[in-house]
Design a binder for this molecule. Structure first.
Ligand code: SF4
Length: 499
């Protein structure tokens, strides 16, 4: 069914919007299509046989952007008989049949709960010459059990849970992705091992709220145990996770981070606001004191920990005093980086209809002050690392200026971005290799290391990168959680991060 008229396999392209969870879902979409016989279209191919939009409803104007892009494809499709367009992700879950009403040249609309149906829906739409819209209200198959074409040889995402039981008033995620569904620890660890067996060195455990992992099977310490179990996997060099929630953060997780050598000392913990009144209005049930208390404990256990966050400025009702409190917390917390967002209404969220929406210029002005404050701190924190040796996992696409400067780039263990000179090793270091080097310069958002590397370790991930291979994890059913109760695929990390 997937062979083009000319006898060659049908080509596909996936266009991804939104957060890491969507990026990981797109890896699954690619894996599914390749299992069904499709091949990835070349970058420059302007007429793939199938174009899949994996959409995000979290960002402002997401729908305008989608319909604009669909409009651009209409004449392309008209000239390319047999071309199919599919729309999935959060916006598809939200707009459903409206998508084919507004853009009748779309062939398939699939929801966040039934990614696995995409190849069948494409086949059916082609066979029936009619649009297929399939949106399920509950999870059809736990997303991590679908075949996955990984984008990286050295780092992989692994979902530990999907959905969210919280009801933050700025967030559309719970209504689109549903209640939290936890994956069994054994299944998670099997997937991690499969990745490590294919050469992956770094794994990021993904969940909308990793600290509530275990809520479904009644173990509130499950996440700390999972981190410790990752510590027993030979060959796994770095474990990260995102996102934790201050409300559910327990001390055992800090102990597990500190005591498990391969768990990185980096913590991305969304603050959103430093004002307790705003946190209350956001329905985020921790207060700034608790937030700062967690940071204090993390720093006591891991003095080298890099702590990053998400902050929303200009939430409805935010006063100048509330905003000043956010600046206070930023100064106290000494973040190594912060993702900052200007609040803007998201239709369908409770905050969109709250009183006290702030004028754009007020939000803009506070936003600029926040960025200045954050950068002053991140720069000062980064400067402390000048002269220190860092271990860098060499990455692809992290250094936009690398070609011009002759450097390569990657992440230190604490998550900081490092651009490093390659010295005599130029041409021999591959993405996925490990380099030790000394920091010579600090900027607010990155570090430079301009001396020759102190050490270079070739890795299996580097070998795979050189050979142009990417890991694939098969769609084996590793012991699925029971399907039936309403549940959900991954919700965006940016769902927590981005208003
Ligand atoms: S912001 Fe994060 S924790 Fe809050 S409802 Fe959205 S996904 Fe859940």
């Amino acid at each position: 069914m997937t062979t083009a008229a000319a006898g060659s396999p049908r080509t596909y392209q996936v266009r991804t919007y939104g957060c890491q969870m969507n990026v990981h879902d797109s890896e699954r979409i690619s894996g599914l299509l390749e299992d069904a016989g499709y091949v990835r279209a070349a970058e420059a191919d302007e007429q793939p046989d199938v174009v899949v939009f994996n959409t995000c409803a979290v960002r402002e104007n997401a729908d305008n952007r989608l319909y604009g892009n669909l409009g651009h494809l209409r004449p392309v499709k008209a000239k390319h008989p047999g071309m199919q367009i599919a729309v999935g992700g959060c916006l598809a879950q939200k707009d459903r049949g409206d998508i084919v009403r507004k853009a009748p040249w779309v062939d398939v609309v699939f929801g966040t709960h039934n990614i696995g149906s995409l190849p069948a829906l494409l086949d059916r739409a082609r066979h029936n010459a009619a649009a297929e819209v399939e949106i399920l209200e509950s999870l059809e198959v736990f997303p991590s059990t679908l075949p996955t074409r990984r984008e990286s040889t050295y780092a992989g995402w692994v979902s530990i849970s999907v959905g969210c039981n919280n009801t933050c008033t700025f967030c559309i995620v719970p209504s689109l992705r549903g209640k939290e569904k936890d994956r069994r620890p054994g299944d998670i660890l099997s997937e991690v091992r499969a990745l490590v067996d294919s050469g992956v060195l770094e794994v990021t455990l993904l969940g909308q709220n990793v600290n509530s992992y275990g809520v479904e099977f009644g173990d509130r310490y499950a996440f700390g145990k999972l981190l410790r179990a990752c510590g027993d996997i030979d060959g796994l060099e770095r474990v990260r996770f995102t996102s934790p929630h201050p409300k559910d953060f327990t001390d055992d997780v800090i102990a597990a981070m500190a005591e498990t050598p391969n768990v990185c000392h980096s913590l991305h913990m969304p603050l959103q606001s430093g004002s307790d009144d705003v946190l209350r209005a956001m329905r985020r049930s921790y207060r700034s004191e608790r937030y700062l208390g967690i940071i204090e404990k993390v720093r006591a256990a891991m003095p080298d920990a890099a702590i990053t966050t998400d902050i929303i400025v200009g939430f409805p009702g935010e006063t100048e005093a509330d905003f000043a409190r956010t600046l206070d917390v930023v100064r106290e917390a000494r973040f190594s980086s912060a993702f900052t967002f200007q609040y803007s209404k998201r239709p369908g969220t409770p905050a969109a209809t709250m009183d006290g929406q702030l004028p754009k210029q007020v939000v803009q002005e506070r936003y600029e002050r926040l960025i200045a404050c954050v950068e002053e701190i991140t720069w000062a924190e980064n400067k402390k690392l000048v002269g220190e040796t860092v271990e860098v996992l060499v990455a692809v696409g992290e250094g936009r200026k690398d070609e011009r400067t002759g450097r390569m780039s990657g992440r230190a263990r604490d998550g900081r971005l490092v651009h490093f000179a390659t010295g005599d090793l130029a041409g021999r270091i591959r993405p996925g290799d490990i380099v030790h080097t000394t920091v010579t310069y600090a900027a607010p958002h990155h570090l430079n290391a301009d001396g020759a590397p102190l050490a270079h370790r070739r890795t299996r991930a580097g070998d795979a990168a050189e050979a142009g291979q990417v890991p694939r994890t098969p769609g084996v059913l590793l012991g699925l959680p029971t399907i039936g109760a309403p549940a959900v695929p991954p919700a965006p990390v940016g769902g927590c991060a981005a208003p």
